[in-house]
Ligand binder design. Structure first.
Ligand code: FAD
Length: 483
């Protein structure tokens, strides 16, 4: 007889969801968190980053004041210390809102938080740093990841996003190495506050996992805002600290170059928190930096499952919670559910914002005969009203079935817009059904209707007389039109 039916290790979105779902299914549950419940999401990732993005956005909005007849006596200046205080205040408010500790406690979950690392001593027992042991019949490992550091000389002078919350002033010059979601969001934030930002990337383009048009558009906009975007570099050589600045030596097309900046931020990956767990004692195999799981999120030890960032699959909050539900149900109910990430709307709060769901155009064309429409935000009445014409909505559909395969958006509320398309995709809407939706006016979401209706014309699902086509009226008979 074990102390608990299921022990969850890690108290982020995956761990908390797993604990609650396991309890909902009637199991006796313990959750173990080494630091504070809430994980990366609340304490170090989405929440504080989103607060900075909001502050950056407010800063940018002031640039539009005069266009709308609003005047500030002076241009706003950034009190970076107060901005950072606000991030910590909102983190606190998020904890107050969620009341995770008392909520978990009230529903009968045994909470071990602020206990340091949990370590396996045998397949059914973990040891806490204070010497207590906890036994579980089953385990769900939800230990997340941490920012990767690179082992070049002077690497200790580089920061990660986690160091941003405790900066003592706004750096005038910032180099950001890595142009995934975190690197690009930080770049946008620092640029809005007035820092001179340089982005460095080994890959040939930024935002490598996004649709190419998203990456190209964001890179162009970043450049327009005055950032330097250096892609395709060979690598970072070293950092030397001299004269109060960090000198970043990097190799670019075989040539060593130096960039002298106040702050260097690495955003180059997110390996799993494996080290402390002593997984060998539990018979759990790892695959490079993550726990190896099968389609059911089961590890090589049949009573141990994993969910969230530690599986190395989809490093997003919504995916962590989804995996947690699947892992717990498979662990407790033997449901053999496959964890699929068929539709994962996601994005970044850059300026401009971007979002995507489903296949990129390149991926879609590898598998399907596709039709693609790209409608500029400038076509939207709402974009004109709000003075935010930058962006586009790309919709990709299968010519045979007319099902939507992917949507990629740059511009205002891009993440919300792709979330709407995602709901349609999940419901199996064909493009002609999407085209007929009476989407509220004037909204940014209306761009989806414009793209869908362009496709139904291109695919000849609705009749258009040849004379009209000859007029090159590609956007068709639309109330909201550019010209
Ligand atoms: C800067 C940044 C911004 C982000 N923004 C977004 C966003 O806007 N939207 C989005 O969807 N995602 C975002 N993410 C990703 C998101 O934060 C993660 O996908 C999510 O937190 C994963 O949840 P998790 O529960 O798997 O891991 P985590 O949230 O990392 O939680 C894991 C927990 O396990 C604990 N732990 C680790 N090892 C042990 C151990 N041995 N014993 C006990 N406890 C342990 C850790 O302390 C941690 O609290 C962002 C990430 C970063 C870094």
């Amino acid at each position: 007889m074990f102390m608990f039916d299921v022990v969850i290790i890690g108290g982020g979105p995956a761990g908390v969801t797993a604990a609650l779902r396991a309890r909902e299914l009637g199991a006796s549950v313990a959750i173990v968190e080494r630091y504070t419940l809430g994980g990366t999401c609340t304490n170090d990732g989405c929440v504080p980053t989103r607060v900075l993005a909001k502050a950056a956005r407010l800063m940018r909005d002031t640039q539009q004041f005069a266009d709308y007849g609003l005047f500030l006596a002076e241009r706003p200046t950034v009190d970076f210390g107060r901005v950072l205080q606000r991030t910590q205040q909102v983190v606190y408010e998020m904890h107050e809102k969620k009341q995770l500790l008392s909520h978990l406690d009230e529903v009968g979950i045994e909470v071990y938080s602020q206990v340091g690392n949990a370590t396996f001593v045998d397949p059914h027992t973990i040891l806490l740093e204070d010497g207590r042991t906890i036994e579980g019949q089953k385990f769900v490992l939800c230990v997340g990841g941490s920012p990767r550091r690179l082992p070049f000389p002077g690497g200790e002078y580089a920061l990660t996003h986690s160091d941003v919350w405790t900066l003592d002033h706004l750096p005038k010059t910032v180099a950001i190495v890595g142009t995934g979601a975190t690197g690009c969001q930080l770049a946008s934030i620092f640029e809005a506050f007035g820092s001179q930002v340089t982005l460095l990337e080994l890959a040939p383009r930024i935002l490598l996992s996004e649709d190419e048009l998203i990456a190209d558009t964001i890179a162009q906009e970043f450049t327009k805002h005055g950032m330097a975007v250096m892609t395709g570099i060979d690598g970072i050589e070293r950092i030397e600290r001299r004269d109060g600045l960090n000198h970043l030596n990097y190799k670019d097309r075989g040539e060593i170059k130096t960039l002298a900046v106040e702050a260097i931020i690495l955003a180059v990956g997110w390996p799993g928190n494996l080290d402390a767990l002593n997984l060998a004692a539990a018979g759990v195999e790892v695959n490079r930096n993550y726990i190896q799981v099968d389609d059911y999120l089961q590890t090589s030890a049949s009573h141990i499952f994993a969910a969230g960032d530690i599986t190395g699959r989809m490093m997003l909050v919504q995916s962590a919670s989804y995996q947690a539900r699947v892992a717990v149900e498979n662990a407790l109910l033997d449901t053999s559910q496959v964890a699929q990430h068929r539709l994962v709307p996601h994005g970044g709060f850059t300026d401009p914002e971007y979002g995507g769901v489903g296949y990129t155009e390149v991926q879609a064309r590898e598998k399907y005969d596709c039709a693609v429409a790209v409608v500029p935000y400038a076509d939207l009445d709402r974009a004109v009203i709000d003075g935010q014409p930058v962006g586009f909505c790309k919709l990709i559909v299968d010519r045979q079935t007319h099902l939507v395969l992917g949507a990629h958006v740059v511009g205002e509320q891009a993440v919300e817009v792709v979330s709407m398309v995602s709901a349609g995709m999940a419901g199996g809407l064909r493009v002609e059904q999407l085209a007929d939706l009476e989407i509220a006016y004037p909204t940014f979401a209306a761009v989806v209707g414009l793209a869908a209706r362009q496709l139904v014309r291109d695919l000849r699902i609705v009749p258009v007389v040849p004379e009209w086509r000859a007029l090159h009226q590609v956007r068709g008979a639309e109330w909201e039109r550019l010209d």
